[in-house]
Design a protein around this ligand. Sequence first.
Ligand SMILES: N[C@@H](CCC(=O)N[C@@H](CS)C(=O)NCC(=O)O)C(=O)O
Length: 247
Amino acid sequence: MTEATKNLSTAAMSKILEGKSNEYSLLYFPFHGVVPALRAMLAMSGAKVTFTQPDDWPVEKKETQFGHMPILYVTDPTTNQTLPLTELSVLEEYIGRKYNFLGSNSYEANQILAYSSSTQSLFDKFVTLVIRTADPDLRAKMMETFVNSFIGEWAEFHERALQANVAAGIAKMGHYVGEEVSLADLKTAAAAMVMMKVSGDKFISEEKTPAMMEVCKAVGADERYKKWSASEDMKLFNEVTKKRFSL
Ligand SMILES: N[C@@H](CCC(=O)N[C@@H](CS)C(=O)NCC(=O)O)C(=O)O
């Protein structure tokens, strides 16, 4: 477990957050779960990053802020002080802002966070309704409910927004906002892959959601993402996700 520096003033902790050459360690289970976009941003940031997993989670859990992962340990190498940060959306906003995954102005950041939050809501429903249901029969019923109640609406509204943003000159095709890969793009690319695994081409396809498919392609074509995709860490997360969740 990464050690956090104790007894720092809020000013000192703030300085760590603002560090220009920070190093990061992200603690999470060795599957994709809720962190594929966060991991991708970290891997694409160019900063020194390690992805770790707990050795004994029930024990380590007690020492954390809320008893949940992900936890991002931020180290300022100039002082060797480390700060643990929690809550996925907070980590995404922090890393997204710092490494340019939140557009180029306040409005773009607001919209990227809104698209990302909407996609996270879909994924959270999937986890709560399906993944956390152990009984196989009940799980199958929950899956049916989830697929038929939520994916279609998400795909339809996001496709409409993507097309409208391109038409309004807010985005280049393949992006929610602007012309660079953003947190919203990464979140949708990861979610679309999972949603297609559980619903086939019923809601998401070249025909039904062409702009969403362009987002997936733009993410996949980013050189930094390609490198991340080919990494050993990614290989492990793919394998464990497949083995544990058949996804
Ligand atoms: N509100 C938290 C929720 C994170 C969460 O649900 N984490 C799960 C894994 S996806 C977890 O830590 N589970 C282990 C546990 O609860 O002991 C966040 O947004 O980061």
